[in-house]
Write a protein that binds this ligand. Structure first.
Ligand code: NAD
Ligand code: UGA
Length: 367
């Protein structure tokens, strides 16, 4: 197949590109505005890379869409800090610019695999009705669960709303014109090449695993639990996720068109406070070396202080993955201990390499 991967230079994109290249048998075109994470793949046979912006390079993107068998759209702002800082930018990229890709696929009758998010489910019904979601676990089902967003003043929800509206537009085009699409709703993937460490990037506010790794490896700040870290997340190892995504892209049984797939590992649930404790223990047991900073403290911080006004958290999100199991014969393999260990191993290996070639000291000095 000729596969066009938009946003291939991101965390999911680079892991997906690696896997598709390893499998072989496909012609891949990778598009992004940043190639840092793809550098090790740029000369791989079977891969063409194009540095293009979906917002401004429409004509060039359209040429690539025309010759593709399937278009995979991963482009988005996907970091909660940005939903609070720049809600207009999030709406523009995640809805308006992505809609242009949808229109090109419609024009040239191409199948689209669109990345959405588990955040489209929003709050649990328990939370929305003032019940305790800990006592009312309720897996999110793609085709049945209502989607519950918080108030407009909490602009964090613009990410989920933009993604939800895009999903609804895809459905509407299928309903009217038979447009061929599949939607992926990822549930907290982690693994190699997830976000940067703030101490190395000179600041920034990445997703939680990177923040906690930063505290463990650099010790410049404690592990901070936003509003006490009481909410739940269920983490999915990137290799499990990619295995499911490849099945959707290849669509070997021809049963993915018009389908939304939750991609997650519902058994890997913990609170963010538990994640911090577990990461600290795993680091001490398996990775700590002489010269590392002391075991970091775990402290609480208000969401207003951490993100600014406009943040509201998802209380709990458990994926019902029956559809992916039934239609794709997919089952996630990695339990939460393996997910934490393997992702941490990646960060520690990268850090030790930097220590060996002397770039850690300058990274710390620059902070
Ligand atoms: P990411 O930020 O690592 O990757 C997004 C990529 O899009 C980046 O490489 C970025 O450079 C690229 N990009 C941004 N603007 C662009 C533009 N104008 N033109 C071309 N490329 C552009 O994010 P990710 O974690 O890999 O997520 C990929 C997709 O999956 C996103 O749509 C995200 O919303 C969704 N998602 C991811 C997760 C997760 O667990 N990682 C969870 C839910 C949803
Ligand atoms: C993120 C993004 O919204 C999306 O990329 C995606 O839809 C989703 O992950 C996903 O991966 O499925 P979220 O899980 O809220 O959502 O992202 P994180 O920034 O990793 O935050 C997880 C939790 O940790 C939140 O409760 C957050 O408040 C908390 N947090 C974050 C801390 O307690 N401390 C930190 O230092 C950072």
């Amino acid at each position: 197949m000729n596969i066009l991967l938009l946003g291939a230079g991101g965390f999911i994109g680079v892991n997906l590109t690696e896997r598709l290249l390893k499998d072989g048998g496909h012609q891949l075109t990778a598009v992004d505005i940043s190639e840092d994470k793809l550098e090790h793949l740029l000369d791989a046979p079977g891969l063409n890379y194009a540095h293009l912006d979906i917002s401004t390079d429409e004509a060039k993107i359209e040429e690539l869409v025309k010759v593709a068998d399937v278009v995979v759209d991963l482009v988005a702002f996907a970091n909660p800090a940005l939903y609070v800082e720049d809600p207009v930018g999030v709406y523009d990229l995640n809805f308006t610019q992505n809609l242009k890709v949808v229109d090109q696929c419609r024009k040239h009758d191409k199948r689209l695999v669109q990345f959405s998010t588990c955040e489209v489910y929003g709050l649990t019904a328990a939370k929305a009705f003032g019940l305790d979601s800990k006592e009312n676990p309720c897996p999110f089902n793609e085709d049945e669960t209502p989607l519950i967003m918080g108030p407009i003043k909490n602009h964090r929800w613009i990410y989920a709303c933009a993604k939800q509206l895009l999903e609804r537009v895809l459905h509407a085009y299928r309903h009217r014109d038979g447009f061929r699409y599949s939607i992926i709703r990822p549930f907290n993937f982690v693994g190699p090449r997830i976000d940067y460490l703030p101490s190395e990037a000179g600041g920034g506010n990445p997703r939680v695993f990177s923040h906690f790794m930063d505290s463990l490896l650099y010790g410049t700040k404690p592990m901070q639990l936003v509003d006490g870290g009481e909410v739940f997340r269920a983490y999915t190892y990137i290799d499990d996720a990619v295995d499911c995504i490849v099945r959707v892209i290849e669509n070997k049984k021809g049963n993915c068109d018009g389908e939304i797939f939750n991609v997650g590992q519902p058994e890997n649930e913990l609170t963010i406070a538990e994640l911090a404790e577990r990461m600290r223990d795993v680091f001490d047991k398996h990775f700590r070396q002489e010269g590392d900073p002391p075991r970091p403290e775990i402290v609480s911080i208000s969401s207003e202080e951490f993100y600014g006004a406009g943040y509201e958290d998802c209380d709990r999100r458990i994926a019902d993955v029956t559809k992916a199991k039934t239609l794709l014969d997919w089952k996630p393999q990695y339990d939460i201990d393996q997910v934490i260990f393997k992702t941490m191993e990646y960060f520690v290996d990268e850090h030790r390499k930097k220590q060996a070639n002397g770039t850690v000291a300058s990274a710390v000095a620059a902070v």
